[in-house]
Design a protein around this ligand. Sequence first.
Ligand code: ADP
Length: 489
Amino acid sequence: MRRTLHLKLVLILVLLIVSLMVVVGAFLMNSVTGYYIQDFYSQIAAAFGQDNADFVRDLQTAREGETDGAAMVEAVLSTNEGVLGVDRRHRNFFVLDGATGRYLGGSAPEPEGGVAVTPNLSKALLGEKGFDSSVTADYMDAAIPITRGGQDYIIYLLDSRETARALNAEMFSLILEALALGLVISVLLSFLLAKTMVNPLQRLTDGIEQVARGDFSRKLEVSSSDEIGQLTESFNTMAQQLETNIAELEKAEQERKDFVANVSHELRTPLTNIRSYAETLDDGVGDLSPAMEKKFLGVILNESDRMAHILQDLLTLSRFDSGRSELRLTLFPFAQAVDDTYQAVLMDAQNHAHTVELHLPHRLPQVRADRERIMQVMMNIVSNAIKYTPDGGRIVLSAGQEGDKVWMEVDDNGIGIPDGDRDRIFERFYRVDKARSRQSGGTGLGLSIAQEIMRRHQGRLYLVDKAEPGLTIRMELPVAGPEEDSHEG
Ligand code: ADP
């Protein structure tokens, strides 16, 4: 890339300089010639003008007894060569016969074949002044008819334009020199330009290739604020975005794998139990006491209940994930739901000798939500408090309103959650103490379902920091309910 861009740069600069020189050269040379022609005619016109009346009179007035008028005219012209710019090399004057144009005299001998009849000379032969010259011709001339002593003459001035040509040639060689210098400068300049333009592009290309290989470690340095700088910046942003997306994808993929592994594991345990108890029953038909048989059957029923429970939870989650589960929004008093939860768990709490307190403010608003699901969340977090608090614990349920939200908090003085696990308990199948949770019938899916339900309601479910042992968990719910499309995605 570097080569071709550099070559293009050189080519552009060379073309630019050549075309500039051609235009400037043509313009200069043309105007030098134009100036030279104009100067010639204005000099002649001034010589024959009114300011030079003596000269004109000397030319036209014949002396008494004059025999050779042409010689006299030639003599007058000779003495006025300076006025006419005649140098006898590039510019000459001729005295011609006014009727035939025949050579009668001049500052130069008669040219071979006589003086050429130019358009100006033809005009003068008709009695008019000939004063024109084309820029492209290689000579310029002027022909002025005069009468002296009754005889017609033509004063003919011929300039070979040698001076203009010499000047142009000089200028041409100057332009060529400038061109050569310009070319050298443009090549040098192209290196500089290549350095400032091509190098950042090269770096960008290297960076893109690196990212294409999957290496996001290096950020490109933005060294300018121009388009290339902006491009580099956009590229950096894009690479970063890509890296984040890939990381998220990898995380999701890992979660999916873990989930499948977890589901298999969770279902295998009760299935193994059922199988081994059924086998024992089968092997010992007739040998086992009815009490033993009843106990084994009880375990089998329990384990199959557990499986059904897990499958039910998985189904719920899958409905949420696929967006097939609609919220059935109704208007109901939030305080009532909290109280119902309290009443529902009271028995269970008493069985574990827990004291349960309920703190409800006098007035709590009605909320627009799916009552059954909200109750499910409340039940889940209160049941957890009962489960994960050693018997004889203290559980406090409180609720309230904050702005356009209502909240419920469940606080216990149980085993709590180690700092390292706090972030993870909302993950599917995550349990701090698997044996303990399983023993109490937990699936490890309760809190992830609860959090999903709250998210659907545009509410929140989170752990509240507390210094004392135990756990405080809090749910928040917008009073007005979720906006219409909240369950999408
Ligand atoms: P489970 O069915 O195991 O109770 P959850 O999703 O409801 O599943 O809870 C996930 C894990 O969070 C539990 O296994 C437990 O380790 C922890 N946990 C939940 N609530 C409490 C609590 N009040 N005190 C201590 N640990 C808790």
